[in-house]
Design a protein around this ligand. Structure first.
Ligand SMILES: *[C@@H]1O[C@H](CO)[C@@H](O)[C@H](O)[C@H]1NC(C)=O
Ligand SMILES: *[C@@H]1O[C@H](CO)[C@@H](O)[C@H](O)[C@H]1NC(C)=O
Ligand SMILES: *[C@@H]1O[C@H](CO)[C@@H](O)[C@H](O)[C@H]1NC(C)=O
Ligand SMILES: *[C@@H]1O[C@H](CO)[C@@H](O)[C@H](O)[C@H]1NC(C)=O
Ligand SMILES: *[C@@H]1O[C@H](CO)[C@@H](O)[C@H](O)[C@H]1NC(C)=O
Ligand SMILES: *[C@@H]1O[C@H](CO)[C@@H](O)[C@H](O)[C@H]1NC(C)=O
Length: 468
């Protein structure tokens, strides 16, 4: 038996030597564990952050080690790609950039700690579709993990942690002491085929996960936690992205759990890149001051074909909310929501046509958003203060609203009139309490307000089992 084991070890070591070279032999010794994970693609080469001088003591700054590791491993892009393993430990780091055909893998007890030395964070330009930073007019602190113009990139782990240590940033933001817009934990820009999975994100300085101008994005099995009073700690913000799937996520945050976006006022209109073909399923959200899913408020490039299913929200302001206003332009259309279970909500349904919050004073007052084809079905809510607050825009009503099979239990201290509706049009079926007159009953058809029959292409992407 012992012999067989040592033989196996020899075979493994020889195998590793032949296939992966010197670097990985060292790595293997240091990681001393094997693991499986699922990903869009597996990698031929492996290294550990230890191979690049990383120190996981929570005090040593590892920015250089991470950037050297990625730069070094980028040479394998055309030879089967590479994975960088981060072992157990606390890895203090500033921002670093990812590369193509690359996997960043965090061990379950690995914690990336974002540096709190604000002065050392590089500043990058505002996004072209926003024209400005979100906090201040000028640039933006680059995200902790950043990637642009990439193909085939994976950030995953066995629920390893990325801790933004946002407290200092939130204080500086409240004191209006920041020169630039706060960083996000991860931003992937202009990229194709992206996976972010099985990780925990803690205390982001601002938004957590921001795929932008990208396509074929899978975000799966992530936990996002931030104090519910922390400023703008949105969970996941798909922004001008096509073909995105977000599933099995648990988010507690100080802003919208998921905020679907596509650029801001005249900048978003001129950039003209929508978010479309987005699937969100099995989301659990706690966000007392914001929505489980917001569409907007920056939606000037358009939002189309969003399918949200099996959404649970607890102690959250509203369910799937539309936020827009005059000057935004763009559209929000073909939105499908099926299966929401909601406990303790202010408004189950909320649409806002006067959100304000402009990039600057140069927005076009004639740029009216088109809000059309908003479908909700199979909704159960308990302890809601109001059923709905639906406010379209005068002269630009929100149309094609459809609600079916909705049961809303109102709170003991509920408002007297559970529905308020202005400048909206649509139909309802099997909705309790009875809706406002602008949403008359139109029967209780089987498939009323249902999803389109065909899957989206992102639904057909299957993950492979990779091992190391
Ligand atoms: C990371 O990418 C950004 C944007 O392309 C760039 O400004 C920055 O210099 C890069 N950082 C490093 C360390 O290469
Ligand atoms: C990244 O892609 C965008 C959009 O295709 C392009 O405009 C930009 O020049 C590219 N940047 C680099 C550094 O290749
Ligand atoms: C991941 O870790 C977070 C934070 O510790 C925890 O709340 C969550 O349940 C874990 N998720 C899984 C799938 O183990
Ligand atoms: C990753 O998360 C998915 C979805 O939550 C889960 O099915 C899978 O078991 C997880 N994989 C690992 C390696 O933790
Ligand atoms: C119902 O909602 C109110 C807030 O409107 C909250 O204070 C109360 O705890 C909730 N009750 C239950 C049973 O969740
Ligand atoms: C109505 O919605 C509930 C869940 O909220 C679901 O269990 C039930 O099947 C739905 N009924 C119909 C007719 O679709």
């Amino acid at each position: 038996m012992l012999k067989a084991v040592s033989l196996l070890v020899v075979v493994l070591v020889v195998g590793v030597t032949i296939f992966d070279g010197v670097e990985s032999r060292k790595t293997k010794r240091r990681i001393q564990e094997s693991f499986d994970y699922s990903a869009i693609s597996c990698r031929a080469h492996t290294a550990s952050i230890l191979d690049f001088g990383g120190v996981g003591d929570g005090a040593t700054l590892n920015t250089g080690a991470f950037q050297q590791a990625v730069d070094h491993l980028s040479q394998y892009a055309s030879e089967g790609g590479a994975q960088l393993v981060v072992p157990a430990g606390k890895w203090l780091t500033g921002s670093f950039n990812l590369t193509s055909h690359f996997t960043l893998y965090l061990h379950k007890d690995a914690v990336l700690l974002a540096s709190q030395d604000i002065k050392s964070w590089p500043v990058v330009d505002p996004l072209p579709s926003y024209g400005h930073g979100r906090d201040t007019a000028g640039g933006r602190y680059i995200s902790l993990i950043f990637g642009t113009n990439l193909t085939d990139v994976v950030v995953t782990g066995e629920n390893g942690t990325i801790d933004g240590q946002g407290d200092l940033w939130w204080q500086q933001f409240h004191k209006k002491k920041l020169k630039y817009t706060r960083p996000y934990l991860i931003e992937i820009m202009h990229s194709d085929t992206v996976q972010i999975s099985n990780l925990t994100f803690l205390n982001s300085p601002s938004w957590n996960v921001h795929p932008v101008y990208s396509r074929n994005v899978i975000i799966q099995g992530i936990t996002i936690l931030a104090p519910v009073t922390s400023p703008n700690t949105d969970g996941i913000n798909p922004d001008s992205c096509t073909n995105t799937r977000i599933e099995d996520t648990y988010i507690v945050s100080g802003d919208d759990c998921i905020a679907v976006k596509s650029g801001w006022d005249e900048y978003g209109i001129s950039y003209g890149m929508p978010t479309k073909q987005l699937v969100i399923r099995r989301l659990t959200c706690i966000s007392p001051y914001s929505a489980a899913i917001a569409l907007g408020s920056e939606m000037s490039g358009g939002i189309q074909d969003v399918r949200a299913q099996d959404i649970t929200a607890i102690n959250t302001e509203s369910g799937v909310r539309i936020k827009t206003g005059v000057g935004r332009g763009g559209y929000v259309k073909d939105i499908y929501v099926k299966g929401m279970t909601l406990h303790t909500m202010k408004w189950v349904f909320w649409m806002t046509g006067n959100y304000g919050s402009h990039a600057d004073n140069h927005y076009d007052p004639n740029a009216l958003p088109e809000i059309k084809g908003i479908n909700y079905r199979d909704v159960i809510a308990e302890n809601a203060t109001m059923a709905a607050r639906l406010e379209g825009i005068a002269g630009d009503p929100f149309t094609g609203i459809c609600m079916s099979n909705v049961t809303i239990g109102l709170a003991a201290k509920a408002k007297k009139y559970p529905w308020t509706c202005t400048d909206v049009a649509g139909v309802t079926g099997g909705v309790v309490p009875p809706p406002c007159q602008l949403l008359p009953a139109a029967g209780e058809g089987e498939g009323m307000c249902d999803f389109p029959a065909e899957n989206l292409p992102i639904d057909n992407v299957e993950l492979q089992t990779c091992s190391y």
